[in-house]
Design a protein. Sequence first.
Lengths: 669, 322
Amino acid sequence: MTDIPLSQMPSREVFGNIAPWMRLVFYGMILGSLGVLAWQVGRQARLWWRGKPGGFEKDWRLWVRRLATFALAQKRVHRKSLGGALHLLLFSGFVVLTVGTTLLMIADQGPVNFHRGWYYLIYELTMDTFGVALCAGCLLAIYRRLFRRPVSLGHTRRDWALLGLLLALGVTGFLLEALRLHYTQVVPGVARWSVIGHVTEMMLFRHLDIATTRGMHLGFWWVHAILVAVLFAAIPVTRFLHVITGPLNIALRPAQPVGALAAVNLGEVEQTGLIGAEKIEDFTRQQLLSLDACMECGRCEDACPAWASGKPLSPKAVVVNLRGLMSAGSATPRALHGDTIAAETLWACTMCQACVQECPVLIGHVDLISDMRRNRVAEGQIAGPPAKALNHLSRQFNPYGQPNLNRLDWAAGLNVPTVESNPQFEVLLWVGCAASFDPRAQNVARSLALLLKEASVNFAVLGTKERCTGDPARRLGEEFAFQESARANVDRLNASRVRRIVTPCPHCFNTLQNEYPQFGGQYQVQHHSQLLAELLKNGRLQRNGKGRGTITIHDPCYLARANDETAAPRTVIDSSGGSEVREMPRHGRKTFCCGAGGGRMWFEEAPGQRVSHLRAQEALGTGAKTLATACPFCLNMMSDAMSAVPGGEGVTVLDIAEVLAQHGKQNTA
Amino acid sequence: MVQSLIIIEHNGRQAKASSLSAVSLAQQLGGGYALLVLGSGVMGIAESLRGFGAEAVLVADHALLAEPLADRYAAVISQAARDVGVTTVLGTSSTFAKDILPRVAALLDAPMVSDVISVSNEDGVIGYQRPVFAGSLCATVTLQGDTRVVSARSTAFQVPSRNGVCSPVTAVSIDPDSLPNGMEFVSREQPASGRPDLTEARVVVSGGRPLKDKETFERLIGGLADAFGGAVGATRAAVDAGMAPNDCQVGQTGKVVAPELYIAVGISGAIQHLAGIKDSKVIVAINRNPEAPIFQMATYGLVGDLHEIVPRMIEAARAGCR
């Protein structure tokens, strides 16, 4: 094609049909609507800026990585089949058409018009393809909102306006293309590259004369141009705002491990007399921005165990209601607590992180709830069993209120070494309160100790010097009690020169690994599933022969979701030999909470509202005769639930360590 | 010389046996003691208390005292303590006493020790023993000052027997205008059952899910409780299943009990339930599963079918009573 003179190379006119004054009006209009957009976003940003300073991620490399993963590749959007597919169509269509149109403007206004030759042909084909994607996305979205109507999907009349606007832009774009192809008399060989425009021209315009199509083109051009201007100006007042706020929040959300809650600076609290969020301005600026990033897709609500069990908590509603309060400005008489977020809502959260894991724009629902809980607890707005548990945690160093001197009762007769009797230990066995005091979970500690002995692991326990990690206090919002526990434990661990820790409790595991570094405690922490899997792999534990038959695995949230460990429990079960694992529909990182997290262990739940019963029914659906878990709280909740749901009596609930230890017994017997 | 003033709780018809255990404490402390009954139309109750060896049975009988409102009761009690000139105001560790006695202590500007399980006397200094750290330790507390307020754990002291001495009944004068008026009685809710209150009973019999239905629960658990003159408790599971009313629930989210004898029937022993019974003196567990965690906590364990064991226990207990 290089032989063809420049004037004859395939290309297109840009403003050929548009008089210069019209172009001026057009550019003015677009600039004006971008101005409106900027002004409105600025107005929102002023709302965000009422929040506490800071809270933004500063590492730009992380911004880039996150934007690539979550904004460009939309890692979390795909997870809904229809919603994900249509979003991909809309997103790719919108992005490619916007970039393409901008390139056209640059080619037209810039010093070199590169818009010709092969570039032009491929450009036309690409633009047509993604134009189709945009229109298809709109149609699917309209279908979904008309007929499927997912309950968790936010919907207002403005959504029809927005979808109509996008569809009209796509359709007028194709009409303009067809009309331009006609009145510029493009040869078919070239026109064919503009597939849709070409077909449309053949079907609708081929018999019209050039003057008529020129006139029509001008008319549609103005319609198209005005729609573009309206779209830009409408972004901030529709769900479309997320095209700006979504990527902003994705980039700027502070980096922290999923399972960790932000530390509170107690010195600051002493000065300000304020802890947590009492008013909307007590959230950080990033948290307020995140409220505007929500486009109410409902993924969080679909994943929420509190919502599924009929409690008055929807993570989406929390975000939407907080956003409503933020937008109402400082003049509103509405309070954050009570008027906007009910106490029952706040306390219903199990902090299982399912909503956080699902959110495509990385909103931190659990952090929002944690900040509000912290304030409520500081204001004395917590009573009953959870308050008693906190009291016990501070006084008896365990939430059960058992004498801490009995912490080694589980080890009676096992001759378990302590850090005093075995100061040369390699691994510290952090037993945790549940396995120390809950008679059912004590058997997990015993099984684990026996397995460690069998594998000749050089271990020791802190014994009566161990105290609660403070996890329940931190999830319930009692930051003072948590930090007291954390500091005391870090002191003890450091004094005992602990480097490696193994624990059978995912909550201890999470707190030791992800939250103790906030207090100078740096250890190599393993969940018992990880150490057991390691011992099985390197042959220090050996199992073969018959297993337990059918078995299903309930992944603890703070192991699978918060700490991304799903393989180790399965390795342990698989190595037990001969067991047939039947997975529940929600397993691995997609696991469903047992209902005990976030301090819910110490709340009374109405019989119809127990998360554990939903999970027990899901487990029964697999037909497995054993339910294996890897958390003493899951063990407690699931045992209880299994004896309560019809058909559950036939299912044995065990910890993976018990499965492995019993298997050993079977072999030797 | 009257040294102690004992506050007697009642249910409007008769004095609660548990509150009489404070009399045993007063006897151990030495010196004379007076009983004080507050209420409206409680002369009959006061008469019934004349046989417990008190120097006097004081009655504060007034319409304004019909309900145990802490501010009024505390005012009357502290005034009576001053009038009689006692050194010790005594009560038992009940909800009633927890509400009222600290106020009495404040009004008298006296130190208070609660939950006393025994007393000692060393060189004339009285030491009060009370459990601390969830019962793992026992602290001995001494008090300074001329007057003190003490609450006794009722299960730690015997209910005294009548000794035949006829105490005089004396009315305490009430000045209605001087009584505080900061609290208002709204309503009282109480179960219809004639059994003793769960938190105060010396014997508690509790049942779990294996009782299956309301009728079996009442027949076996209610029957065994009645045979011992005890109260009925239940696990959350039994309450959920509709076998027992909500206010019977014992455990983390129900009531905390500390009877002399706790009989757990068909209860596996989830930590949530154990949280409510750990201060019981003797725990007897009946369960079919020998691995049930409750056996680790129980003083005596019976492995077997509760439908066989409990009827025999009821029979034996009844026979024992006869």
